[in-house]
Ligand binder design. Structure first.
Ligand code: ADP
Ligand code: MG
Length: 246
């Protein structure tokens, strides 16, 4: 898939996003490595979801440059095919009023992939959803629905998986399952994963590196153990310690 041999999949330089005259994201520099799991933490309103939308090419930045797979982003790049290999899972799954397997098959249909029955069966099994294949989406528990959303993303065998608080409000059983599935996808398929999470323990369990966003600024991105034990910035220490209290 790689246009270059670089280990860097995304390079952000001076990227800003501005909504209604207010700068909600201001990232001087960020390099995301191909094949890593990057955790993003920070308080509500810090700009985490905005950053994720930019990484998913759902919006263009108001200023600065995003280089993806060696080429600067523009209306032509990433091209449609490349964009489609970057998928996002949100906190609340938006499923169609159809069966579980239809929801997953639909993701393939949208991308013009026919004869995906085997892929659908395989991915449902991988997510522990085989027995629910014919269940209507509306009858699922929150955790099951989120696993369907993840199945819908993973069936596309994405190069990048963007997760926006994917396990918020889920029970420990589903959290554990989802974390395992994501880790497996990263380890076996080399999927680059960027996970935004409110839960610093989840970031610590899953990520190779963790980044902290505070009021629109990326404070630091550090190898996970260092992030928690010897962060570069006092603000990170405060954030980690503050979160540990709750
Ligand atoms: P986080 O995900 O860290 O909670 P967000 O990226 O969602 O933060 O939001 C960052 C800031 O941008 C917040 O102050 C939010 O209110 C604002 N914001 C987000 N989306 C929009 C929008 N479409 N229009 C105006 N303001 C927005
Ligand atoms: Mg958010």
């Amino acid at each position: 898939m790689s246009a270059t041999n670089s280990d860097t999949l995304y390079q952000l330089n001076g990227v800003q996003q501005i909504y209604k005259g207010r700068t909600v994201l201001d990232v001087a520099e960020l390099a995301i490595r191909r094949g890593e799991i990057l955790g993003l933490v920070g308080p509500s309103g810090a700009g985490k979801s905005t950053l994720l939308r930019l990484l998913g090419f759902l919006e263009m930045p108001a200023a600065g440059q995003i280089i993806y797979d060696g080429q600067p982003c523009s209306p032509e790049w990433p091209d449609l095919e490349t964009r489609r290999r970057v998928t996002m899972v949100f906190q609340k799954p938006h499923l169609l009023r159809r069966s579980v397997s239809d929801n997953v098959a639909y993701a393939l249909d949208l991308r013009g992939r026919k004869n995906g029955d085997k892929d659908v069966t395989q991915i449902l099994a991988r997510l522990g959803l085989a027995e629910l294949a014919d269940a209507q989406a509306g009858t699922l528990s929150g955790g099951e629905a989120q696993r369907v959303a993840l199945a819908r993303a993973l069936v596309l065998q994405p190069d990048v998986l963007l997760l926006d608080e994917p396990t918020a409000n889920l029970d420990p059983y589903n959290i554990k399952l989802i974390e395992e599935i994501v880790r497996r996808s990263n380890a076996e398929d080399g999927t680059t994963v960027i996970i935004v999470t409110h839960n610093i323990f989840q970031a610590r369990r899953m990520a190779e590196r963790v980044g902290l966003l505070l009021s629109s600024k990326l404070i630091e991105v550090t190898e996970t153990e260092m992030f928690f034990t010897q962060p570069q910035h006092a603000q990170t220490e405060d954030f980690v310690r503050g979160d540990l209290i709750y």
